[in-house]
Design a protein around this ligand. Structure first.
Ligand code: FAD
Length: 307
């Protein structure tokens, strides 16, 4: 029951100010967001890739209110890509971006987000890697899919995310499961109304399996974004039935969550990509991680109160 309350708080400016100013220990935030600057994140990139993991890098931030912030987001990604070039990781380190950070919700936001994200996609391609567009709340998705389609004209490897909790997603998956597409399937992390989304865990899990089947049987490249052990073994079975080799799909998990499982799957020969977020605007990302597992809240509260 706490999850929806925390998710509502994740979009509240008042709560953002309160929690961001609270004596949240670095330790709590670091568990999910292991750095605030490029200099802090580069050693993390080296360490994780050195252990045989692949990465998708996220500069945290979303729901910006001024065009200058969108330009700053673009520049932050360009700086990151510049640093990644020297590490010569190619597709072992790709980028994940949230279009709301690139201005999608501002006036003429669709065009603004496309204008800001395009140089990031081009810079990523220039160093031999790619970008995946994260999925945010359902009101943003038509614009996200249109931007995805536009970017794919020049950079077909650009990926996108679909969310199993939305009723629309099975149809989106059928449209996207085509040659050359890269699609990450997740359960969905936002507070969505009953008109558009399943609310119960068992319904979401059932939808996840249905949609994953569509992706596995299709011609694209499925990226399984989940920590759920049951879904991970179902994914392995579906991949086997679809005749996919180990490099024809991948698992993705978030930094700080089930880290042993990251290493176990990589050691079994799977492509395992860790979504690694860094930056100072961590509030929304951090609150969604608390909402997914309200037990995290205890850890958070204990650390805050003992400071
Ligand atoms: P759950 O049933 O929630 O969790 C399964 C198990 O994983 C839990 O029992 C627990 O052991 C562990 N676990 C899960 N979450 C946590 C946590 N926060 N803290 C501690 N343990 C936890 N959502 C979007 O809406 N848009 C996106 O673009 C998006 N991108 C993502 C990218 C990746 C790589 C991943 C892994 C997730 C992404 N998500 C995104 C989040 C996703 O929608 C889910 O909210 C999140 O993955 C939790 O769902 P689950 O599949 O892990 O299953």
């Amino acid at each position: 029951m706490l999850g929806p309350v925390i998710l509502a708080a994740s979009r509240s400016d008042r709560m953002r100010r309160l929690i961001s100013a609270a004596p949240v220990t670095k330790q709590v935030v670091d568990r999910f967001i292991p750095g605030e600057t490029v200099d802090e994140i580069v050693p993390v990139v080296r360490e994780l890739t050195g252990r045989g993991l692949e990465l998708t890098m996220d500069v945290v931030g979303e729901d910006i209110t001024r065009p200058e912030q969108a330009a700053a987001a673009r520049d932050a990604y360009l700086e990151l890509i510049d640093r990644l070039e020297k590490l010569e990781l190619g597709t072992r380190a790709e980028m994940s971006v949230k279009l709301s950070m690139f201005g999608q919700a501002l006036e003429d936001g669709h065009e603004l987000a496309l204008k800001n994200v395009r140089p990031v996609v081009e810079a990523a391609a220039a160093i031999g890697t790619t970008v995946t567009l994260d999925a945010e709340d359902h009101t943003t998705l038509d614009s996200m899919f249109a931007i995805h389609e536009e970017l794919r004209k020049d950079h077909p490897q650009t990926g996108c995310v679909i969310q199993a909790y939305l009723f629309r997603t099975e149809a989106d998956a059928r449209r996207l499961a085509a040659v050359g597409s890269r699609v990450r399937l997740v359960k969905g992390a936002y507070k969505e109304p009953t008109e558009v989304a399943y609310q119960q865990k068992h319904e979401i899990d059932k939808a996840y399996v249905r949609i994953l089947k569509v992706l596995m049987e299709g011609d694209g490249y499925p990226m399984i974004g989940s920590h759920d052990p049951r879904l991970i073994s179902i994914a392995q079975e579906l991949a086997r039935r679809a005749g996919r080799k180990l490099d024809e799909y991948e698992f993705q998990m978030l930094y700080g969550i089930r880290s042993d499982e990251h290493l176990r799957l990589a050691a079994e020969g799977h492509r395992m990509r860790v979504y690694t977020a860094y930056g100072t605007d961590w509030y929304g990302y951090f609150m969604r991680r608390l909402a997914e597992k309200p037990a995290n809240l205890l850890f958070f509260a204990r650390s805050t109160l003992t400071k």
